[in-house]
Write a protein of this length. Structure first.
Length: 407
């Protein structure tokens, strides 16, 4: 039987299916950069909808041939519905066993949580029950100053940050999931605090910090220059203090900032269309970003529902997506195209017409700033390891360190 540790749980892999349950559209927080513009307290998934969705998926094994599955739960804040989630997960496990389903024992229950309810008895009971098949990420944006700029409590009155309510649960989380990483979001207002925030997260014991700029068009003139300066200062701190030995920051990758190889790199960036997302009413989407509560200006893009299954005609446009079908010639010919990300839902929402084939380029300058700082990081690390005679030892760990030419 295939073991979880042997499976590549990534959207690019042909062996893994990502299935997302939007169990609630409510959240304790009102994060200023949140793309979920339609959060509310009324819409929550019922057990009947969840059960019918599971039955459709598991009874149509021929339509879901991937070797493994990620059962993903989101909101709002998913742990607000921990009792429903517990019931869903129990049912999934029982049904996969009864059906001798090929996903039995090749699955993960995945969560991205704000961390506020992490310590509660019901959440901890769920974790203890499912700990061998769990992936849980707690979102903490960095220092209190950066975190509390955007991740504020919902409600009227003076803004109240949530940092203290989250950071108190980090030690328990890391004890249970010592290899877990966090996701940091960068917006225009908090760029000056990137360096201190990444270093702070390292100091908390979080060794993998995944960071991305918001894809929406929120960036002001000069943001990219401040951004680059912060990343270069961060690179100096990481290299000068040998923090690269035990920590990872996703802004520094040897795989970004190169010209596009149309044979190797011409894939869609995200998994829209390869994933399946189910909302509180039982509608199916190619990705959560195509549900109505995720969209500012477009109508939701439904590809089926729990009663009628997946409509392949509505799904088909997503199956032809790649980098070249949605990018301008300028993007295709860009000297630093590799690693330049996009969100399919934001492409759709920002497009001039209701199309998924018009790529949003709002983060263009931010990507180029990332590339410049990334080149600085790898060139400095290369020189340091060469002088110390450690480059070969470092590369034995699977990371190739070589000088990079700036564009």
């Amino acid at each position: 039987m295939t073991k979880i540790k042997d499976l590549d749980f990534s959207w690019q892999s042909k062996i893994t299916k990502n299935i997302t349950f939007i169990v609630t559209k409510d959240c304790q927080l009102a994060c200023k950069y949140c793309y979920l513009v339609g959060k509310n307290e009324k819409e929550r998934m019922s057990w009947e909808v969840a059960k019918q969705a599971i039955d459709y998926i598991l009874n149509n094994e021929d339509k879901f041939k991937e070797e493994a599955v990620i059962w993903d739960f989101i909101g709002g804040e998913p742990f607000l519905e921990i009792e429903l989630i517990d019931k869903i997960c129990d049912y999934i496990k029982i049904q996969m066993f009864k059906k001798d389903h090929h996903w039995f024992n090749s699955y993960i229950f995945s969560f991205s949580t704000n961390g506020i309810n992490y310590h509660t008895e019901k959440v901890q009971n769920f974790i203890n029950k499912n700990k061998d098949h769990l992936s849980i990420g707690i979102t903490i944006d960095g220092t209190k100053r950066k975190h509390d700029l955007n991740r504020i409590w919902k409600g009227e009155g003076p803004e109240k940050g949530s940092y203290e309510d989250v950071v108190k649960n980090i030690p328990l989380w890391l004890k249970q999931f010592p290899e877990a990483g966090t996701k940091v979001t960068i917006s225009s207002t908090d760029i000056p605090y990137i360096k201190e925030s990444v270093l702070h997260l390292f100091s908390l014991g979080i060794h993998e910090v995944n960071i991305n700029c918001v894809f929406e068009d929120v960036w002001k003139e000069g943001d990219d220059l401040v951004f680059e300066e912060q990343l270069i200062e961060l690179a100096d701190e990481i290299i000068d203090n040998n923090l690269y030995e035990d920590n990872v920051c996703s802004f520094f990758s040897e795989h970004i900032g190169k010209p596009l190889d149309r044979e190797l790199d011409n894939q869609n960036w995200c998994g829209a269309g390869k994933m399946l997302s189910i909302d509180t009413a039982g509608n199916f989407y190619p990705c959560t970003r195509f549900a109505q509560y995720s969209l500012r200006s477009k109508r939701n893009w439904i590809i089926g529902d729990i009663n009628n299954g997946i409509d392949n005609n509505k799904l088909r446009p997503f199956l032809t997506l790649d980098r070249c079908t949605q990018s301008s010639q300028e993007c295709i010919d860009c000297e630093v195209a590799s690693g330049c990300a996009w969100c399919q839902g934001e492409n759709y929402d920002a497009a001039l017409t209701p199309t998924i084939y018009q790529r949003s380029t709002a983060i263009c300058k931010m990507h180029k700033a990332t590339v410049r700082a990334n080149n600085y990081y790898w060139n400095k690390l290369y020189r340091k390891l060469e002088l110390e005679g450690k480059r070969e030892d470092f590369e034995k760990r699977g990371i190739k360190v070589s000088p990079i030419s700036c564009y």
